[in-house]
Ligand binder design. Sequence first.
Ligand SMILES: Nc1nc2c(ncn2[C@@H]2O[C@H](COP(=O)(O)OP(=O)(O)O)[C@@H](O)[C@H]2O)c(=O)[nH]1
Ligand SMILES: [Mg+2]
Length: 224
Amino acid sequence: MEEDYVFKIVVIGDSAVGKTQLLGRFTRDEFFLDSKSTIGIEFQTRTVDIARRRVKAQIWDTAGQERYRAVTSAYYRGALGAMLVYDVTRRHTFEHAARWVDELRAHADKSIVVMLIGNKADLAAGRAVAADEAAAFAEEQGLFFSEASALSGENVERAFLRLLEEIHANVSRRPLGDEAASADGRGHGGADVLMLKGTKLSLAEEMSIMETSALRRASSCSCS
Ligand SMILES: Nc1nc2c(ncn2[C@@H]2O[C@H](COP(=O)(O)OP(=O)(O)O)[C@@H](O)[C@H]2O)c(=O)[nH]1
Ligand SMILES: [Mg+2]
């Protein structure tokens, strides 16, 4: 069945906080203790029902670019949501969250919905950031917040679904343009059509960016 919406979500945050594993847990219910950055795969998808609509979440992974502070504005283009991840056992990854918020403000759409995720909540003994402190930061910055564990799976589904619900609520609140109003005489459904058109366009655009960067990698790779 074809989806009603495609929502682009970006996953950001410092290196090794568990971004790739959170994505794997949500899209394939998988976790790898020894994760290597997956070359060539830059987004994964999962389709879920949100408010009786088929919503395809297209979730982008930085593929290790965050290590070189080389996450480009193309990565943020068209994103309706962001998962900003830190590691509850490494305090500096939480302290850097403010920098990632600045990055979003600079490159992403201003209506982007952001969820702050304190990952590795399973490592209770190594905790270096209190949930209350993170919740206060999130409130001050206008972010949603949840702790989670990609390893146990705790809260991962819930956090992604919450983000998708908030994006859906945002999108359905958007006023219809004149074009949509005249294209849809019944006065509803126009927003969906508009949305799909928009996302399909940006998807094609992102695909070509992905293909060229994959090509570039393939041609310069001296992997053994
Ligand atoms: N204990 C624990 N380890 C995790 C969790 N999520 C990721 N890791 C580990 O943290 C490391 C970095 O994870 P990765 O997803 O590659 O981080 P990324 O660089 O942010 O994409 C890997 O060794 C993972 O196995 C988690 O929820 N709990
Ligand atoms: Mg990664």
